[in-house]
Design a protein around this ligand. Structure first.
Ligand SMILES: Nc1ncnc2c1ncn2[C@@H]1O[C@H](COP(=O)(O)OP(=O)(O)OP(=O)(O)O)[C@@H](O)[C@H]1O
Length: 229
């Protein structure tokens, strides 16, 4: 692993209003993700893990601070450039698969490819390759309704990676699966992320899964700090 920074959060502050209450989620928070690193984010419910992922992934603008992705300062980008950077550099996986029910596994995986590039033949080949990497070579034409929970989540992960993003942001990616399935899908995810040389920030409540990653961080008083389990 080299120490090239692929994602940097610089003095990020973000708060929500809840009636009269000011919920300060992040307060001058700093964080860096180095190339090839897989980092676990563990913190109690409601402390701001999803908010942090949305800000890091350019889905939400922080009230203060800078996000630098592959040397590009997000504050200097217009909306179109932000969207383009997100599409090309970041893959998202959520706890729920969010697959489109009326599309097959392959069609679901193709969506980000077509949005980013538009060439269908090339996209189909790339989409098939990613599904194969997740052990789904026999499921291209299956609709989500005919897939198991673990298979659906593997399709969702393949979809997140199909544009070969440098960074994967995952919010409890196996949180909806039973223990055995969760471990299987999680191990596959880590194996693919490592073999592809990707960088990842993964939220989990599972300490056992967190210890499989390179480093663990948590949220405390609006800061992102190391966590020693
Ligand atoms: N758009 C919003 N407006 C107001 N409050 C919000 C908004 N989004 C999140 N919050 C609040 O901010 C806090 C952090 O939410 P967030 O979803 O980031 O936490 P989390 O650590 O991911 O939680 P969980 O582990 O339960 O998913 C919560 O108290 C939540 O209610």
């Amino acid at each position: 692993m080299n120490n090239q920074v692929v994602l940097q959060l610089d003095k990020i502050s973000h708060a929500y209003k809840n009636g009269d209450e000011n919920l300060q989620i992040l307060h001058n928070a700093d964080f860096t993700l180095n190339h090839g690193e897989i980092v676990a984010l563990i913190a109690p419910s409601g402390t701001g893990k999803s908010t942090l992922l949305h800000i890091a992934g350019l889905l939400e603008k922080p009230q203060k601070g800078e996000i630098i992705i592959q040397d590009r300062k997000s504050s200097r980008l217009n909306d179109r450039e932000r969207t383009q950077l997100r599409l090309n550099s970041i893959g998202f996986v959520y706890q729920f698969h969010h697959l489109l029910a009326e599309f097959t596994a392959l069609e679901n995986v193709l969506i980000p490819q077509l949005m980013a590039r538009g060439s269908k033949t090339k996209a189909v080949n790339i989409g098939r390759d990613w599904l194969k990497k997740f052990g789904l070579g026999h499921r291209f034409d299956h609709y989500p309704g005919k897939l198991s929970g673990g298979e659906k989540q593997r399709v969702a992960i393949a979809r997140a990676l199909v544009n070969s993003p440098k960074i994967l942001l995952a919010d409890e990616p196996t949180g909806n699966l039973d223990e055995k399935n969760s471990e299987h899908v999680f191990n596959l995810l880590l194996q693919v992320v490592r073999s592809e040389g990707l960088t990842a920030l993964i939220v989990t409540h599972n300490h056992c899964l967190a210890t499989k990653m390179d480093r663990i961080v948590t949220l405390h008083e609006g800061k992102i700090i190391p966590c020693h389990l």
